[in-house]
Design a protein around this ligand. Structure first.
Ligand SMILES: [Zn+2]
Length: 440
């Protein structure tokens, strides 16, 4: 049977393994994607999602060959090369054991936190009619994003810096761009039918997943909008003066974040892309930041696998906000795992807090310190130290220099590494070629 940590004695009836009901084990196997979890551990599968270099920490030999395979429709895995014989294959649970170097019970317990098995809470995964985004949509979107990035000019960069607290480095890392004119593109280019695809004039913010665009939002200049002081202000030709964000038809929500090779222990999910980028700008050494586009968004299995890597996830949510959507969202988040906690923003939102001179680093540091109390993980201890340094000492409250208007990247070795990662990603993206977009 499965090579691995646990063997199941075959009897007439197998109800449990090491005291854990089979139903819980099956729930984990069904709900957590082995492929996604392996990718989270660093596997990069070939085109057929079958073979990768081995991502496991106890793999003793070289990792040049594609020795790690999945089979049985991605339900099972095997390392054919240098993993120890007691941990070189099995199911999603044994993979987690080999990856995190934990025993069977711990693996089940931790994975159950993500499936909700233990407390029998259902995962909010219900997709009655799933829209399959055409690959053409992603290709066309990538072209448009590259085009917009080329058009990111000094005026827009000044807006980002003065009104949003974002440096050009951060903007470029997130592939933010500028679309200088209203475009109505033929839907055929996007693999869609029907009316034209509206690409409004404004600041382009792409939602990427594994380097591929899944959605695009465009922040348009509105009447009497500060943005209109930097780019040509709204005029009648722009139309739709009540739509702040133009979302391109055919987009799919994903977790908006920077895709890095490694992650920090704490993830803060904000209410929007601006706040995510702002957190990244100021707190990249303290936490990861992300947002889920749209109030009706939900986590899919890929997101879940990603989230298992975090010790703690804080969801910033304005409790006063009208409407039940936000509250439903938080409720669905909490149902996923007790590791997810909702917290109130220090101001209306993080960008407003920054605008009034609030110190985001102190605000974040308090939560990070709380989440990492007592950690023994060497890398996490480094993060905890970073966070503690931000907390004001009793005898000199609020005496520190604001990090506002100052790039944090040069302050620490971690940040310089992150900065170099940016550059690699930016280079990769700007090398994309742009096909001409049709105009109305
Ligand atoms: Zn291996």
């Amino acid at each position: 049977m499965e090579g691995g940590y646990h063997t199941v004695k075959i009897t007439d009836k197998v109800d449990e393994v090491q005291g854990i009901p089979m139903t819980d084990l099956n729930k984990i196997r069904q709900q957590i994607s082995l492929t996604a979890l392996a990718e989270e551990a660093g596997a990069k599968f070939d085109a057929h999602h079958m073979r990768s270099r081995c991502p496991l920490p106890r793999h003793a030999g070289d990792r040049s060959s594609l020795s790690f395979v999945t089979y049985d429709n991605g339900q099972k895995w095997k390392c054919h090369s240098s993993c120890p014989s007691d941990a070189n294959g099995g199911d999603v649970i044994s993979f987690y054991m080999a990856w995190k170097e934990v025993d069977f019970k711990t693996a089940v317990q931790e994975l159950s936190e993500w499936t909700g098995s233990q407390d029998l809470q259902p995962i909010p995964i219900s997709v009655p009619k799933q829209f399959i985004q055409p690959q053409k949509w992603r290709e066309r979107a990538a072209e448009f994003i590259a085009y917009a990035e080329k058009n990111l000019n000094d005026a827009v960069i000044e807006y980002l810096r003065k009104e949003r607290g974002l440096s050009e480095v951060t903007a470029r890392a997130f592939h933010v761009g500028y679309n200088p004119q209203n475009i109505f593109d033929d839907p055929i280019h996007w693999g869609l039918e029907g009316r034209k695809i509206w690409l409004p004039r404004g600041i382009v913010i792409p939602g990427l997943w594994k380097d591929e665009p899944h959605y695009i939002k465009i922040r348009r200049p509105l009447k009497n909008d500060p943005l209109g002081q930097y780019i040509p202000k709204w005029d009648a030709k722009d139309g739709a003066s009540d739509i702040k964000f133009g979302g391109l038809r055919g987009g799919k929500s994903v977790l908006f974040r920077l895709e890095l090779l490694d992650h920090l222990p704490v993830l803060i999910l904000t209410e929007g892309e601006w706040d995510t980028m702002l957190l990244w700008e100021h707190c990249a050494d303290l936490c990861d930041a992300g947002t889920i586009g749209g109030a009706q968004s939900r986590f899919d299995l890929l997101d879940l696998a990603l989230l298992t890597g975090y010790q703690k996830i804080f969801v910033v949510h304005d409790d006063d906000k009208a409407g039940d959507k936000g509250r439903d969202y938080i409720a669905s988040m909490k149902a996923i795992s007790p590791r997810i906690e909702s917290i109130s923003p220090p101001s209306h939102d993080l960008t407003d807090f920054w605008r009034v001179g609030g110190d985001l680093r102190v605000w974040v540091a308090e939560y990070v310190t709380q989440a990492l109390q007592g950690t023994k993980h060497p890398r996490w201890m480094k993060v905890l130290t970073n966070a503690r340094q931000e907390l004001p000492e009793w005898d000199r409250p609020h005496a520190r220099e604001r990090s506002k208007n100052k790039l944090p990247y040069s302050n620490s070795p971690i940040l310089s590494i992150l900065a170099s990662l940016y550059l690699r990603m930016i280079t990769k993206w700007t090398n994309r070629t742009l096909k001409p977009l049709s105009k109305r």
